[in-house]
Design a protein around this ligand. Structure first.
Ligand code: MN
Length: 721
């Protein structure tokens, strides 16, 4: 009695929907409250929105749900179908949908929204395939794709009210992406209708012509099929086989394809006639086949047994083409009821069969249909290659699909960065890449991309690749291009550096007149070419003193000149090897690491650079440009025991902003007999921030200065950087 009462308050539209579900799912009763809630939520949510056709927007959602019932979909999917445009067109968030309904429904709706954002506009075959793969990888839950098919089918049915340009784009996308995907998933009915509708909108003239032709012959075809069905029916009855015989003409787009391929006109294409015989049992399929072949001559090369060898999408059926009455070819398909369901709805049918187990884990649900495909296919190892193709539908978790600004798709491995994308576009783009925009927002080059991102690369002629890049690029292509660039440019760089060093040092030694002569003595130094000679100088493998000792008679004291150079700071400190001993190496070029400025007392480590000698860093320095593979570039270095050089130490100070604080700091430092190389304070409200560079002997010296500064009233923090 209670349910009767409820029934009365439902509008007819809703009752129709429930009745459609009840046809395949008798347990729908318990889902009615949820469906009713969803129905109203969608209706209210889209409220006053109308489609271009003038229909209320809700009509589109309702029809999408109806299509889903024709695919025997579960309640979750039908709810998602009703809500599929709610995120896109209303203020409701995913969170609200998740709270009001369920996370699964919210995820499916979000998936459909994401897919709808992706617009296909390429004519290239390869792109279409990437596109299909991307849709599947973005979808994650196969039900997203099924809802999208229903959405698209309704949109195609109502495409007329759209502007012409949009009609064309959507039809192309339907023809090149969705219809083949539906075919792939074995959803034959959807595929045929999508194909016919896009054919209609893309080639209206041809479509109309064919339709007219078929209609003109319809009466004849219908009569013919009727007669033929009767013949078969009688002989099957004699053999006591229960069958259902369906006769049809093929869909217009496949007739059109056939005409184009065979270059024939309609009259010559006989096999637009097709008969489908549906039987109860698998063994009946072969019995029926035998009976038909006894009566009519088969065309041997057109015979296919997809029961013994199912198609990769799970399709099973026997196909045979026979020469029927009046010499016309008729294609006959023989299959069981279950095979027919799978043939028409494909993946969706698999979905229905597994709905029985209710509390299944989402992941299990997702792979179950794959397992069913495996079951169908495992009896036929010959099909395994084809099968792997199918399996990939769910296996491109390892790939992501990225759009160029022009809408082309580029496939990259999972976790690839914008820089990988740049190198995938073109090596030159990668090498001059300075930044990137992902979905119109500027992001760093190491940003990890995800499927469906639209990426634009910003380039500059002034940029050079950085070693740092090798730390985060994922693709081998990017890695090898970057390495190749370094190999080539380091070589050139060290040659130039070698020339410079030779030139500079000889001038300092007042031997400028010898530059040309010495440059030509590379063979005496044991080098085959002059470039290799310069390179060795640049890399610090040979010293100028060594060269002069060997090739000049005059002995010159050359290795002292650098100590006369005043170190340049604060930008960075350059020194000779004085002050530091490098393990096992004599007379090498030594630099102190930028920004890290080690001073005696610091724990230090040497890094063998490519072309610039050895750089000394504090061992805890974050700037050591090191990759794990290059640990052999690190070398042990030590401070000389007796150093009488001075070093620079950089301190930052945070203090209260009060009068005279700068004076107090500089007095304190000077009272410690310490020189200040530079001092500056910036105040911001009540706080002041200072940068001071002092000249010190060693770490202890720096620490003492810090201690004293900390005692000045108002000082908050003092730190060496
Ligand atoms: Mn829609």
């Amino acid at each position: 009695m209670k349910s009767e009462k409820i029934n009365k308050k439902y509008p007819k539209k809703f009752t129709d929907l429930i009745n459609k579900i009840r046809e395949y799912n008798p347990q729908v009763e318990k889902d009615i409250p949820l469906l009713w809630k969803t129905y109203n939520f969608a209706k209210k949510g889209h409220g006053e929105q109308f489609r271009l056709s003038g229909e209320p927007y809700f009509e589109h959602l309702y029809q999408t749900a109806i299509i889903l019932t024709e695919l025997s979909m579960d309640t979750t999917t039908i709810c998602a179908g009703l809500l599929h445009d709610i995120l896109e067109d209303t203020e409701y968030s995913k969170k609200i949908i998740s709270n009001e309904f369920s996370e699964t429904i919210a995820n499916i709706v979000e998936g459909v929204t994401k897919i709808s954002d992706i617009k296909f506009n390429s004519q290239e075959d390869k792109q279409a395939n990437n596109f299909r793969k991307m849709l599947l990888s973005v979808a994650k839950d196969i039900r997203v794709i099924i809802v999208k098919f229903a959405d698209r089918l309704n949109n195609m049915r109502t495409l007329k009210s759209m502007p012409k340009s949009k009609q064309k784009r959507i039809s192309l996308e339907t023809r090149d992406v969705y219809a083949p995907l539906a075919h792939r998933l074995g959803m034959h009915k959807i595929k045929s209708e999508l194909e016919d509708l896009s054919f209609k909108h893309l080639q209206l003239k041809q479509y109309k012509f064919l339709k007219k032709q078929v209609l003109k012959n319809k009466k004849y075809f219908d009569e013919y099929i009727k007669k033929f069905k009767k013949i078969i029916h009688n002989s099957l009855n004699e053999n006591q086989i229960k069958t259902k015989i369906l006769g049809r003409t093929k869909n217009l787009s496949s007739i059109n394809k056939k005409m184009n391929i065979q270059n024939k006109d309609l009259d010559k294409i006989f096999d637009i006639l097709a008969i489908r015989i549906i039987v109860d049992k698998l063994s009946d399929c072969y019995a029926v086949l035998g009976i038909i072949h006894q009566q009519f001559k088969p065309i041997a090369e057109r015979f296919r047994d997809f029961i013994a060898t199912p198609k990769s999408n799970g399709y099973q059926s026997i196909h045979t083409t026979i020469i029927g009455p009046e010499g016309k070819n008729i294609e006959i398909q023989i299959r069981t009821g279950k095979m027919n369901k799978i043939a028409e709805t494909g993946i969706a049918a698999h979905w229905k069969y597994k709905e029985t187990s209710k509390d299944m884990d989402e992941i299990d649900k997702k792979i179950l249909w794959l397992r069913e495909l495996i079951d169908i296919l495992k009896n036929d190892p010959n099909n395994s290659e084809d099968f792997m193709e199918t399996l990939k539908i769910d296996l491109f978790k390892e790939e992501i699909f990225i759009f160029t600004p022009k809408g082309d798709l580029i496939t990259l491995p999972k976790n690839a960065t914008t820089l990988d994308f740049a190198f995938a576009v073109h090596t030159d783009v990668g090498l001059s890449c300075i930044g990137s925009k992902v979905n119109s927002r500027i992001v760093p080059l190491n940003t990890i991309l995800s499927s469906g991102d639209k990426v634009e690369i910003l380039t500059s002629n002034n940029i050079k690749p950085s070693y740092n890049w090798l730390k985060f690029v994922k693709t081998n292509r990017a890695k090898s291009r970057i390495r190749r660039w370094f190999r080539k440019n380091e070589y050139i760089e060290s040659i130039n550096l070698g020339k410079e060093i030779l030139d500079k040092k000889l001038r300092q030694a007042k031997m400028a007149d010898k530059i040309k002569i010495i440059s030509k003595k590379y063979k005496e130094m044991g080098f085959q070419t002059q470039d290799l000679f310069f390179q060795a100088i640049g890399k610090g493998e040979i010293t100028i003193k060594g060269i002069i000792d060997k090739v000049c008679k005059e002995k010159t004291i050359i290795d002292n000149e650098e100590t006369k150079n005043k170190p340049f700071f604060p930008r960075f400190y350059k020194s000779t090897s004085k002050g530091v001993t490098v393990q096992g190496v004599d007379n090498v070029m030594v630099n102190f690491g930028k920004g890290c400025n080690p001073i005696p007392g610091d724990d230090i480590v040497g890094y063998i650079t490519r072309g610039k000698g050895i750089t000394i860093h504090r061992s805890n320095c974050k700037n050591i440009p090191i990759k794990e593979k290059e640990l052999d570039r690190l070398i042990e270095v030590n401070w000389d025991k007796n150093i009488d050089y001075t070093f620079y130490s950089h301190l930052t100070i945070l203090s209260e902003n009060r009068n005279g604080i700068l004076q107090d700091i500089s007095n304190t430092i000077q009272n410690m007999k310490t020189s200040i190389a530079s001092i500056s304070m910036n105040s911001e409200g009540t706080i002041a921030q200072g940068n001071i560079i002092i000249i010190v002997d060693n770490l202890k010296h720096t620490k003492n200065v810090i201690k004293k500064i900390k005692k000045i009233p108002g000082i908050i923090k003092v730190k060496r950087i």
